[in-house]
Every structure is written in C-alpha cells, then in structure tokens.
Design a binder for this molecule. Structure first.
Ligand code: ADP
Ligand code: GLC
Length: 488
C-alpha cells in the first residue's frame, strides 16, 4: 500500500473550473479503490470549509507559516471515503465568489503567487511530517502550477517523499514578476533559467518540471506534443531535456457520475445495448432549450469559452451549418468576446441555436446525452474529458486530432470500423472542422453506420481502472529507485 498526498487547487464537487477538478476527485478515489491510501490536499476555500464544517469535521492543527495563520482541517471528499485536508488560511483563501483563482470581475486575485506559495509550503511541511500529524506520505502528487513549488521545497530536505508533477495544461504557468519572487522570500539561487526564472519572470510551473522526480501529462500524445515548439509554450527545450522522465498517462472518467444508464440529470436512461431512450433525451433537450423539436442534427458543445477550445473555428462554421438546418446546443462561460459573438448568433437563430452562459452541471449532462454530435475542435487538448463523456453517452464526437482527443477518438477513415467512434480532423482551421462535421452528418444518414459508431463509443472503457494502475506503477518505480528518474 502506497501513501499518496494528492495536492490540487480544485476538486469536484467542491470547487471546479475545469477537468482538473474531475480528475482530482476521480483519480484519488480510484487509487483508494486499488488499496492505496490517497489523501487530497486543497486550499481552504469557503465552499470547502463550509462542507467540512457541515459534515462535523474537525480542525487538526494550527500553526504559523510565514506571515500567515494556518489551520489544517481533516474531512472527507463529499460522497466518497477519500480523506481531504484543507489548508485554512483566511487571509489568503477566504474570498468571495466561486472561482479559486479570480474575483467576481473575472480578474486573477492580485496575490495568487502568495496564495499558492503558502499552499506549497504547508504541503511540504505536511509531507515531511513537520506538522505533528500521524500520517506521512510516500509520494506527493502535484498538479499544475498551483502546486508546482512543492517539489522545490522538498528537493533539498532530508529524506523527502518522492514527487510526481502532472501537467494538466502547460499553457497556464503561474508567471509573476521578479518583485513577487523577492516578496515570497525565495532563495536567490532559484532565480536562474535552469530553475524558476523564465524570461525574467518567476515561473511556478518550472518548479514542478525541474524539481519533481517524475513528470506526467494527461495523455501520451500531449506528452510528445509539449516537447515540440508548436505546443511547448516556450518550455519545450526544458521538456526535451527531461524527456526520459516524462510519461503520458491518459485520464479516466468517473463512470458512476457519467453513466447514461442511471444519470439523475436525465429524464430517460439508456445503455450500449438499449440505446432507444437516447431519442427521448434528445427531444427533452430540444424542449428545454426551446429548439424546434424535429429530427435536425443537434451539435453540442460544453466547455470553457477560451481560445484553447477552438471557439473561432466553431464560430467560423456555424452559419453554413445553421443554413443547412443543423441545431446547436452550447453551454459555457469564458472570454466575453466569445460569449457576445455566440449570443448574437443564438439571438438570430432562436429555433436552431441555444446558448447557455454560466456553469450548469445538469445541462452539461443533458447536452452530452441529447446531442447527436459533440464538438471539440480544440487547438490543443492535454486530455479532454468531454469527448469521453460524449462517447459513453452515444454522442459522436468531432474533434481536432491533438492530445487526448487523438488518443481517444478514432475516425473511420483512419481506423477499422470495429474501432471507429468519431471524426477527427487534422487541418487546423475552420474548413478542417467543417469537413469533419459534414462527414459526420453524412454518416448519420446511414442508420447502421451511425449505430455502429455510437455503439463503439458507448462500449469503450474510459474508467480509471487500468489508468490508475499506471500511476501506481510509476509511484512504485520511484520508491524503489531511491533517487530521481535519470534525465541527464
Ligand atoms: P478543461 O479542463 O480544459 O476545461 P476538460 O474536457 O478536461 O477541459 O474538462 C472540462 C470539465 O468541465 C468537464 O467536466 C465539463 O463538463 C465541465 N464544464 C466546462 N464548462 C462547463 C459549464 N459551463 N457547465 C458545466 N460543466 C462545464
Ligand atoms: C486541463 C486540460 C484538459 C484535461 C484536464 C484534466 O484542464 O485542459 O485537457 O482533460 O486538465 O486533466
């Protein structure tokens, strides 16, 4: 049994901006189910502390870290048996709004560097057994820039646990000024391009990439891509240098939360061998969104409205598709210029195009179930969870062939019919997307072909079962190796 401290800045259902939250709940649960002792460490955001207090949880310890008062709460992740620790430091984490990173105007909190620096300091002290707790991890598993300083703090201590750093998205790096570097009191030796300095800025993510014992990314294709200038966000040189200790492990999904056979958000239920009720979900979706209730193909999209998700390409193809009679069911929130442009199309085509702005868990499930085609034309996609949700719900994905999309969606033009489950385009432009959508629309006219694609998708295994075992194997190899994985 391995003891793992899983440090993360978001976890479903307490605080979520994207897939990191889903993975931060479902991977630790899967590790526990495999017999390991995985504890989650999360900043003490108000929603998390409120849930802990409501569950009767207790404060375990109080101490001072730098300028801040800190308390550690021990509770359980709601709905699971997984232990959750909360780093309660009101000066840094007791903030208004639901976002872990931004104020209600959508601006980053001015002191994010201080917030996640403190989080990392506390994690390191906990991992080294300095907080008087009876539990100590063998492995500290860090995720994205918000927990990337933990390996830095552990690297020069006596007998530290091994560290794994998972890159969920290389585009978010936690970059701050030199003044901030100084204000955090980080040692001057770290201000070097081989350590935390990145083009005259402090880079949190470099802490994880340089100092951890192993680096993982959330799909094998993304592990290769980030070592190229096109996808490397300026860090590809460093990543090529560390190549021997980078491993891509595909994300799994929570197959209990995302299951068309008993999804509480749906009016009707179905499965790979009894798909008929999908049609009912489809009609209810059209009613709910006030779209014409008819057989027109419904193209769904759920996600953050940011450049990564290929919104420009979607905007570029909507008009011809609407003219052809297609319907759109869109849900998301993000950059205002995308929200505005999508809203004006939805206004012009009310019977065919619905846009819901904001975060809506139930509607995300109903679009995933009720749409015919799910759009994920991401410019890059470290893994992507929505395409796996849609595959499981018999909603055929149309995706750009990058990252995790490339590893989970298989096009009939590239794969044998027994594996094909969606449509993949490789020309990174609106025409590429449009031609893949048109191929999907043609396939939908052929009932048998379409059913086969849906069936292949629905019976795929997207669970964590085997994927979590890959993490376990990695943890064990690090624990047995005694040192860092060799890279130089
Ligand atoms: P990313 O992490 O890059 O945003 P993923 O596909 O990994 O992309 O995960 C996105 C997650 O967030 C999915 O669970 C998706 O359903 C959810 N999601 C994104 N936007 C919304 C929204 N507006 N309402 C509900 N769920 C959303
Ligand atoms: C990131 C990526 C997404 C991935 C998720 C969970 O937010 O953008 O592709 O699925 O993390 O790993």
């Amino acid at each position: 049994m391995t003891r793992i401290l899983f440090a993360t800045s978001e976890v479903f259902p307490l605080v979520k901006t994207g897939g990191l939250a889903d993975v931060s709940a479902s991977l630790p649960e899967a590790l526990c189910r495999l017999g390991h002792d995985c504890h989650i460490l999360l900043p003490g955001y108000p929603a998390a502390l409120k849930a802990a207090k409501a569950a009767g949880s207790r404060r375990k310890t109080r101490f001072r870290e730098g300028h801040y008062d800190v308390a550690l709460w021990q509770t359980r992740l709601p709905g699971t048996a997984v232990t959750l620790w909360l780093v309660d430091s009101p000066a840094l984490f007791d903030r208004v709004g639901d976002s872990p990173y931004q104020n209600e105007q959508g601006e980053d909190w001015w002191d994010n560097a201080h917030r996640f620096h403190l989080f990392a300091r506390v994690a390191a002290r906990m991992a080294l057994g300095q907080l008087g707790l009876s539990w100590r991890p063998d492995i500290v598993h860090c995720n994205d820039w918000q927990s990337a300083l933990i390996p830095v703090f552990l690297a020069d201590s006596q007998n530290p646990p091994k560290t794994v750093f998972t890159v969920h998205n290389l585009a978010y790096q936690g970059l701050f000024s030199h003044e901030t570097f100084q204000a955090l009191g980080l040692p001057d030796t770290l201000w070097h391009y081989e350590f935390l300095e990145f083009h005259q800025q402090l880079s949190f993510i470099k802490g994880g990439l340089v100092f951890s014992d192993a680096v993982t990314t959330v799909s094998p294709s993304y592990a290769d891509e980030i070592q190229t200038p096109w996808f490397g966000c300026g860090l590809d040189g460093l990543l090529r240098h560390r190549s021997a200790r980078i491993k891509g492990i595909l994300n799994g999904i929570d197959t209990r939360l995302w299951n068309p056979a008993d999804d509480p958000y749906l009016d009707a239920h179905y499965g790979a061998d009894y798909p008929a009720n999908k049609a009912l979900c489809r009609a209810s979706l059209q009613q709910e969104l006030k779209l014409d209730v008819c057989d027109a193909p419904i193209l769904g999209f759920v996600g953050r409205l940011v450049e990564q998700k290929g919104l420009d390409w979607i905007l570029g193809v909507m008009k011809p598709l609407l003219e052809q009679g297609c319907q759109f069911a869109l849900l998301g929130s993000g950059e205002h210029h995308y929200e505005d442009r999508l809203a004006s199309i939805a206004q012009a085509w009310p019977a065919q195009c619905s846009l819901t702005l904001g975060y809506n868990e139930g509607l995300a499930h109903r679009i995933t179930a009720g749409a015919d085609i799910f759009l994920m034309p991401s410019r890059f996609e470290p893994c992507g969870l929505n395409q796996m949700y849609s595959l499981r719900y018999g909603t055929v994905p149309v995706v750009h062939g990058v990252g995790g999309l490339n590893d989970t969606v298989f096009d009939p033009e590239e794969e044998a019919p027994v594996h094909a489950n969606g449509f993949v385009f490789r020309d990174a432009n609106p025409d590429g997307l449009l031609s893949a959508i048109n191929r999907a629309l043609t396939a939908r006219e052929h009932r048998k072909t379409w059913r086969k694609l849906q069936h292949n998708g629905m019976q795929g295994d997207y669970s964590w079962k085997s994927r979590a075992c890959e993490y376990v194997a990695l943890y064990q190899s690090l624990m047995n190796s005694g040192g860092r994985m060799h890279d130089d």
